[in-house]
Design a protein around this ligand. Sequence first.
Ligand code: ADP
Length: 219
Amino acid sequence: MKKNFAIIGLGRFGSSICRTLVESGHDVLAIDLNEDRVNEYMNIATHAVVANAQDESVLRSLGIRNFDHVIIAIGEDIQASILTTLMIKEMGNSYITAKAQNAYHGKVLEKIGADHVVHPERDMGIRIGHHLVSRNVVDYLELSDKYSLVELKVTNSKFFNKTLLELNFRQRYGLNVIGIRRGQEMIISPAADAVIQVNDTLMIVGGIKEIDWLENQMP
Ligand code: ADP
């Protein structure tokens, strides 16, 4: 279903969200203080306007309250981010995603009613950190403070040519293999008799400690 989105702030974060939403066929209103950034997105976003989101009358005249989803992607200016979030929250029922610069900023955004607070720099740091610990970590995503999802290349020969049942990750460590990537092929929800081959990449959901342990098994 087509949705309408408003994005406030066309920095690196807001602009990449804008492109992704437009490519997925959604309507996007892009707003930024900076005229050059708005001009750049004139032909990409459905509408692009130069405006200061801290001005309530501007938000009203743009009809922000009628948007299904508003993304507040203001970076450096934390005060502008907080004030804009607060005003949009008070105006209507749009689902609000807001970008936090740091943990305190994130807490405030949650308190004033942002529905989804994202920490792109922190999260990307964690993902890259895991990749640096082991090159075999293709991707890493924290699902909560206890669980994460990892894409891990199997390089330890003790795992080769064994079935998932033989490895028994779920019983032993509470780790669930939800997918196996083998070259171009992707096996989703592999059966217990699936055999792990050299250079398979496993997609695993489980406890953070157990995933750390498994990462360390892949030299
Ligand atoms: P990023 O880290 O995503 O690149 P930036 O801080 O570079 O973030 O970009 C944030 C964008 O938000 C900038 O283009 C800036 O002009 C815009 N912005 C900041 N304050 C406001 C505001 N009050 N109203 C509209 N746009 C704003």
